[in-house]
Ligand binder design. Structure first.
Ligand code: GTP
Ligand code: ZN
Length: 352
């Protein structure tokens, strides 16, 4: 699968690679205490990155529990020179200095990026081990897939699942267009993974259920073109106005909004945990190179099997043909029941 996406940070497309490579070298200063923050940074405000466009970052600052809080504002920022090799992506929590009023024409400066809880990454392609960061601090990934038109592909959903598990993000599946085809045969491939599934069709959008799971969390939406992801996001976040339908192939027009990633606040009325949720739309991202993914990374999504795997011989691939894989022993001696065995099968498929 190829990497079809243009760089979102087009001013310096290699900055992120450079940073990740540099950080892998041993750092002799690593154990020294960090130098004190310069005084000018003492009054930094914290913001969440909601959009990135050619070296300009949009951050929402002073966001609290109350979306009506009048202090909350959108600030445009560039990054400080010392961060020029640091990837800054949607969902990052950053410290901003300078003019953080958010007034028209002002530009503030990002001076620090906070540690990330999770990090969704991709590689240029499957043989490429250099990773590129896509989204920070997402809790969930909603994989949108159509029951038909376009025809669903198990392998594509598998790849999203791998990326999510590797990132430490919980996957969810929304299958759209169930008015066009019975989704159950396709969904049966994922049954053992126990991923929550929402079924959607024009007159029966599962908005209440989706809102329930968005509440208080940050959810990145992914899906192949045409599956109805924009339709769904517009229903969840009406002010998002994400363009629906295909680009006219002759004129190239037809989209009313930009094709770059954004974070959108989704109201979640009626949800048990009433807090708003964040929806991150990634329109440019239709495939993930998975060259950076390791078996250890993947196993974060299979904590139950990870324990068993500790008993495997060193270097075990955990595949069907792996000699003495403890997973096979656990199925044979009943430590894993039928559902567990099905999870092993799914894990093996994802590891391929
Ligand atoms: N029959 C049917 N059509 C749907 C459904 N959901 C969306 N569509 C249609 O599918 C087409 C594609 O929907 P979009 O929301 O633009 O799909 P997308 O995933 O955002 O695709 P891109 O905009 O190319 O990224 C539109 O014509 C929608 O009206 C559904 O549940 N059933
Ligand atoms: Zn094994």
């Amino acid at each position: 699968m190829s990497w079809l996406t243009p760089d979102e940070d087009a001013d310096d497309p290699y900055a992120e690679y450079a940073d990740l490579q540099v950080r892998q070298r041993p750092n002799p200063k690593a154990n020294r205490p960090r130098t004190k923050r310069r005084p000018e940074h003492a009054d930094a405000v914290t913001g969440m990155i909601t959009a990135v466009d050619r070296g300009r970052y949009t951050a929402l600052v002073e966001t609290g529990a109350d979306p009506q809080d009048p202090r909350e504002r959108t600030v445009l920022a560039s990054r400080a020179r010392e961060l020029r090799r640091t990837p800054i992506v949607i969902g990052d929590r950053v410290h901003l200095v300078g003019d953080t009023s958010g007034d028209t024409g002002t530009l503030s400066r990002i001076v620090a990026v906070e540690d990330r809880r999770t990090l969704l990454r991709r590689s240029a392609d499957d043989s490429d081990r250099i990773e590129r960061v896509m989204v920070a601090n997402a809790d969930q990934m909603l994989i949108v897939v159509a029951a038909a038109n376009p025809e669903p592909r198990v392998r594509l959903v598998d790849r999203y699942l791998v990326a999510a598990y590797d990132a430490g993000i919980s996957p969810l599946i929304c299958i759209t267009k169930v008015d066009l085809a019975d989704p159950e045969p396709f969904l049966s491939h994922f049954a053992a993974l126990e991923v929550p599934v929402f079924r959607s069709e024009p007159d029966a959008w599962p908005l209440a259920e989706i809102r329930e799971s968005l509440a208080g969390r940050t959810t990145v939406f992914v899906g192949h073109s045409g599956v109805g992801k924009s339709t769904l996001i517009n229903a969840l976040v009406p002010e998002a106005e994400r363009a629906i339908g295909h680009v006219n192939e002759v004129t190239g027009r037809g989209r009313h909004t930009s094709s770059s990633s954004v974070a959108l606040r989704a109201a979640t009325p009626g949800a048990a945990n009433g807090a708003a949720g964040w929806v991150i739309d990634t329109p440019g991202v239709r495939s993930f190179g998975l060259g950076h993914v390791t078996t250890e990374g993947m196993l974060r999504g299979f904590t139950d099997l990870a324990e068993i795997i500790e008993g495997c011989p060193r270097g075990c691939t955990h595949q069907d043909d792996a000699p003495d894989c403890e997973l096979d022993a656990a199925i044979a001696d009943g430590r894993l029941d039928a559902a567990g065995a099905a999870r092993v099968e799914s894990l093996r498929r994802l590891l391929k």
